[in-house]
Design a protein around this ligand. Structure first.
Ligand SMILES: *Cc1c(COP(=O)(O)O)cnc(C)c1O
Length: 416
């Protein structure tokens, strides 16, 4: 799949006249289309709802756009709950899928009427003593072992800190029922960034089977099943993207085969996608400011790992387009670096690209999720602005860039 930026060079040069690089740019049309297609793909399910994983892109403008498309929020911290509240996304439009949760966050979630997704059986008593047991509750499942699709090991739930074991799950539903809970859900997140149309259907089948067993063992009839996040995107151009319609149809088939015969045909399907919805609809825009010829060829850009951490911490590939040079041969091998005093501050290593000149604009692809949000202030580097490319082609700054004053703000009295 050819990776094409959602802006042209001329468009981008215009945008850069208004906002200095580096910045994160989001494509409203793309975000809306991705959300609409998701809802279409699951339209067979009455009550389907996407709870956007706020941690992927915690920006109020983005959350409100998604709310207009029918999405709620998946929160996991106090500030994410507060942001959701300020956006007017409250009540059952909040899924609180946290772990190692402080009491004040359970209390806040209950205050907002959000759905608590319990990570552990011991949290039942903790919740009872702190925030009280709500009418609706979800339990997070971790089957252990490895998660396989065919012969491919996709991920390692047995090594993950999240969720309850299968026997704990049964115990948890029994206790919660005794404590007066009226509406129940089941959740699991077993593999991350899956580029496969089989992940969701396979996960759904596992959870649907568990739902049938829970009904037999405890009499609890689940009202929703939350497939969580994990649908990925192809960061490299050689992979085919997921087909959300094939995925929706695969989940429908498992639903018809497992839940419907067990009298559970009213179960609502929920999702908590972050990456799938936002990642491809965001670019990190940066400019080449230096070239360096030593033991390797380096291009220094004005963004750094503080703006996008994934290459530095996971060695993640992010495709790069040198704007205006799309048709030129990729006959130069570069390391594309930021300015941190850390040698892993490289957006690309040994990457074949067209010849880059100082001043060229570079688009780093697929940065709309887990991009800005993972930013940090190492080396005193400041977080960039976030810009929305609206459907009408105009732009709007939806978060300003940090200033040195922001950086010093927590050192009370130091810079006043
Ligand atoms: C991170 C996370 C998500 C979103 O994951 P993506 O890979 O962005 O889809 C959803 N649910 C929970 C509980 C998470 O921790």
């Amino acid at each position: 799949m050819l990776k094409k930026p959602f802006v042209t060079k001329d468009q981008l040069e215009e945008i850069c006249k208004k906002y200095p690089t580096p910045f994160h740019l989001y494509d409203e049309a793309g975000i809306r289309k991705t959300a609409r297609d998701l809802y279409k793909a699951f339209s067979w399910n009455k009550g389907f709802k996407e709870y956007f994983a706020v941690k992927a892109t915690p920006n109020p403008t983005i959350l409100k756009i998604l709310a207009e498309e029918g999405c709620g929020t998946d929160c996991s911290s106090l500030t994410e709950l507060m942001m959701s509240e300020r956006c007017g996304i409250v009540g059952k439009n909040i899924m609180f899928s946290s772990n190692d949760t402080p009491a004040e966050e359970f209390i806040k979630c209950r205050e907002l009427g959000g759905i608590i997704n319990l990570d552990d059986i011991t949290h039942i008593d903790f919740l009872k003593e702190t925030a009280g047991i709500p009418d609706t509750i979800c339990c997070r499942f971790n089957p252990g072992g490895v998660f396989e699709l065919g012969t491919d090991i996709m991920d390692n739930p047995g090594d993950a800190k999240y969720g309850m074991t299968r026997p704990q799950l049964t115990e948890a539903y029994k206790r919660l029922k005794d404590l007066g809970v009226k509406e129940f859900g089941l959740h699991a997140f077993l593999a991350s960034n899956t580029v496969s149309n089989e992940y969701y259907p396979e996960l759904a089948r596992i959870l649907f089977q568990v739902a049938v067993e829970i009904k037999e063992e405890t009499g609890v009839e689940l009202s929703f099943i939350n497939l969580s996040g994990g649908i990925g995107i192809p960061y490299t151009p050689d992979k085919e993207p997921n087909d959300i319609f094939v995925i929706g149809e695969g989940v429908r088939k498992a639903f018809e085969e497992v839940l419907v015969p067990a009298g559970l045909g009213d179960v609502k399907i929920f999702t908590e996608l972050g990456r799938y919805i936002l990642a491809p609809n965001g670019h990190l825009v940066t400019r080449a400011i230096h070239e360096k010829h030593t033991h390797k060829e380096y291009i220094g850009v004005d963004a750094c790992a503080a703006n996008l951490m994934r290459p530095a911490i996971y060695g993640a590939y992010h495709h790069i387009t040198v704007m205006g040079k799309e048709k030129e041969p990729c006959d130069h091998m570069y390391d594309i670096t930021g300015s941190l005093c850390e040698n892993n501050d490289k957006f690309a290593v040994d990457r074949m690209l067209p010849k880059i000149d100082k001043g060229d604009l570079l688009v780093i692809h697929d940065t709309g999720a887990h991009g800005f949000s993972m930013g940090y202030n190492y080396n005193g580097r400041l977080r960039s602005a976030e810009i929305l490319l609206k459907e009408d082609g105009t732009t709007k700054m939806i978060r300003r860039a940090e200033t040195p004053q922001d950086y010093f703000a927590t050192l009370e009295g130091f810079w006043d």
